[in-house]
Structure formats: C-alpha cells, structure tokens
Design a protein around this ligand. Structure first.
Ligand code: ATP
Ligand code: MG
Length: 427
C-alpha cells in the first residue's frame, strides 16, 4: 500500500456531519450584516508580503513569526493572508472605492497564521470580517458594536463580555509609548526576549503579551487613558453614551491594545471564559490612518472580525443547535425495470419542487437493504418503487419517523401528497 499522506498540522477538514454548523453560522452572519446594509467584497488568499508588513506592523507577533511567506516562481515575496483588513483596504485602494465614497463591506474566508496549534488556535482558521470606510464619527463604532451584540443575542450566547478602550491618535500615543518604554525599561530584568526586543520599537505590544510571567508588571504599567488627546476623549465619551443608550454592558479596559499596529481610537474585544485559554471571540476597532499609510487618500475606517471556530465552539457550549439538513424523501427502487422510472420520478419531483431534498438510492440492493439505507439517511419519507408500483404508475409512500402504514400514491399526485406529509411531520 502507498504511504498515507498526513494533513498539515493546525489545518482541519470540516466533515459532512459538522458542515451544517458552519453553514448555519455563516448564514446567520451574512443575514446580520446584510440587515445593516453591508455588501460583500471578496479578496484573494495571497497578497504581496509588503502589504502585511506595512499594515499589521513589522514588530508584531503576526509579522515576526506567524506569516506563511514564500517566493513565487518570479521570486516575488507573497504571503497567505493572516487577516482580512489589509487585503480589503488594498482592494478598496486598487479599485478606487474610497475617494469621495463611503463603503460598508464584509468578507469571510480562511486566514493563515503559523501559530502553535491548540484548542481554539489553528494555522488555518476562518474569520468573518466587517469594515466601514469613510465614517469618522463614533456613531459607526457604536453601530459595529451593537451589531456584534445582536449576533450574540441571535445565537443565544450570553457568556460574553465586551471590553472597550481608546488608543487615541498616533500623536497622542507617542507620549504614552515614551512613558511605557520608560516604565518597562525600569523593569527590564523581568521582561522576556520578545518584550525586551519590543521595548524600543513597539512597547505597546508588551501589554498584549500572553506570557503569565509578565502579568504583574503589565498590571502596574501606565494607562493610556491619561495620555489621550481631547478629541479622542470626546470620541470615546460619545461612543460610550451611544452604547449606554443601546443598553450594552461593557468594561473599559485601558490595557486592551490589540495585536495589530494600525488601530486608532476605538478598540474592542468580546471575550468569554467558556472556551479555556482562547477567550477572544470577536474583536475590532478603528484604523483611521491605514488607508493613507497604504497609499490611498486619507479615509477613516473601522471594523471587526469574529473567529468562526471559536464562535462555533461557544455556540455549541451555550446549547445551540444547527438546523438539520437531512433528505425529505428517500427513493427506493427494487425489482426489474424500476431504476429508470425511479430516475424519471426523482427528476420530475425536483422540477416540481426545487426546494425538496430528494435522495435516490444508488448502487442497487434488495428492498430490505434499501429501506435500511432510507432509514439511516434520516429522511422523513420513503418512496418505494417495486415492479407492482411501476406497472400501476404509483409509488409506495411510507413515513419513516412515526408509526404509519405504507400506502400507494399515484405519480401525478406525489408532489402534493409529499407536501402534505412534510407539513404534517413538521407540526
Ligand atoms: P489572540 O489574542 O487569541 O491571538 P488575535 O488578537 O491574534 O487573537 P485577531 O487578529 O484580532 O486575533 O483576530 C480576530 C479573531 O480571530 C480573534 O478574536 C479570534 O477569535 C480569531 N483568531 C485569531 N487567531 C486565531 C487562530 N490562530 N485560530 C483560531 N482563531 C483565531
Ligand atoms: Mg494572535
């Protein structure tokens, strides 16, 4: 036997028995963002490496250690997208979507990060991403957060809390970075290698460290709140007011800085304690400088992304169930000359009732074997075609999920009878 190839670590297959969960979540998310007026913008899986270096920031976990970067055949350095915002901004600039316009867009797809795989942390994972361009005010920040809260409400997830912070502007942040740098320099001997390296170039990243040994000095670090400029303070106050009006509970966490460099002013994160160590389910914020930084015209922007593996896991822990996708009808064809009429009948029913889920038995088998498969398929009804039924242009109809006698139904009445049976079964 040939050697069996192993899957790539941290990259999962979604099996047919699990795909209903994915489809359900994706549909819920799409419905949600469509109801807020967002439209889909699809971007490629691969971009120039430079795009991510410039947007996410050179001194970040993602760019320093997590990217899937390779040279293509033309020796160009390309990278599998580790997140979607950079690509969406690039696409907006490339296609002239920002100049004198406002855009509300969403995107979903796999992201790639070379992390240590564990529960809730994968190398290929899915995000659902929502971004708004051209809106400077706190109203859209509030709407984004209200939208995410509605998502949790729709899914019946209550085990999440919202953390909120403002990072001010790059100018106001400079003073804060200096203060942080001084503070962490004083505690240099406790820092790990990563943090030591970031001390000069990006001390705010130290706040985002997941190393428990640093927790204590991070707790004592200066707070950004004391360094905000007046406009950012006012922006944040209006945001909080709008959230209060909407009845949304939040915790202002002055140490929430988020793992990417491009944020300005609002940052937020929905966290849960129900998923062990990987508690961030949905996070986002404002990034007013990014479009210009990537070569576009200055355009304010704000967005969020939900991690779909974690969202799904949380939905499951909270008792959620996806709608089942089983066949409505399983067609059994047993006996000489029954296969061709069965094919015709199945296609006719599909013409008449496009939404009906019909599974036609393939691969033959005795009546008994086929009835077993019908039952195993989870179908509500079995349609049985034997030689006698074909001769009479009827089919035996049997409800598989409750006590019932098999009865003969004429072919031309089948669609209506199936409708009635399925309605009865649903009630
Ligand atoms: P974390 O702090 O857990 O590493 P992050 O700050 O790197 O998260 P973001 O870049 O903000 O995450 O991505 C948005 C969301 O994507 C996260 O809130 C999380 O739900 C999800 N996510 C991020 N990285 C992974 C991963 N490796 N595997 C699964 N989901 C992930
Ligand atoms: Mg991360």
């Amino acid at each position: 036997m040939a050697e069996q190839l192993q899957p790539i670590r941290g990259m999962a297959d979604v099996l047919p028995e699990d795909s209903a969960w994915w489809q359900f979540l994706e549909e819920q998310l799409k419905d949600l963002v469509h109801s807020y007026g967002y439209r889909e913008l699809r971007i490629p899986v691969v971009e120039r490496t430079e795009l991510f270096k410039r947007s996410i920031g050179e001194v970040t976990d993602i760019v320093e250690k997590e990217m899937y970067t390779f040279l293509d055949r033309n020796d160009e350095s390309l990278t599998l997208r580790p997140e979607a915002t950079a690509g969406l901004v690039r696409a907006g600039i490339s296609n002239g979507l920002f100049h004198n316009q406002r855009q509300k867009v969403w995107f979903t797809g796999p992201m790639f990060r070379y992390e240590k795989p564990q529960k809730g942390r994968y190398r290929q994972f899915y995000q659902f991403d929502v971004e708004a361009f051209g809106f400077p005010g706190p109203d859209i920040d509030a709407e984004m957060i209200i939208m995410t809260q509605r998502l949790f409400r729709r899914l019946g997830i209550s085990a999440v809390t919202l953390e909120l912070n403002s990072l001010g502007t790059p100018e106001s942040r400079a003073g804060y970075r200096r203060a942080l740098s001084e503070y962490f320099t004083r505690h240099r001997r406790v820092l790990d290698e990563d943090s030591e390296r970031r001390l000069e170039r990006n001390p705010m990243r130290i706040l985002d460290s997941k190393n428990p040994a640093l927790a204590e000095i991070i707790r004592g670090a200066p707070l950004i709140t004391n360094y905000l400029d007046a406009e950012s303070t006012a922006h944040f106050a209006s945001l909080c007011e709008l959230l209060d009006d909407a009845g949304i509970d939040y915790r202002v966490n002055p140490r929430l800085v988020r793992g990417l460099d491009y944020y300005t002013r609002t940052v937020f994160e929905w966290v849960t304690d129900r998923l062990g160590a990987q508690g961030a389910v949905c996070s986002g914020g404002r990034y007013d400088g990014l479009v210009e930084h990537l070569g576009g015209r200055s355009t304010p922007a704000v967005g969020w992304a939900a991690g779909l593996e974690r969202l799904q896991a949380l939905y499951r822990v909270c008792g959620g169930e996806p709608p089942e996708k089983r066949p409505d009808v399983y067609i059994v064809a047993a006996g000489d000359g029954t296969l061709r009429p069965a094919f015709r009948l199945a296609e006719q029913l599909r013409d008449l009732r496009p939404g009906l889920r019909i599974e036609l038995n393939s691969g033959g088998g005795s009546l008994k074997a086929q009835m077993k498969r019908a039952d195993k398929s989870g179908a509500e009804l079995a349609l049985i075609l034997g030689e006698r039924e074909v001769a009479a242009e009827t089919a035996g109809l049997k409800a598989l999920r409750r006590e019932s006698e098999q009865r003969d139904v004429a072919w031309r009445e089948l669609a209506d009878v199936i409708d009635r049976e399925l309605t009865a079964a649903a009630s």
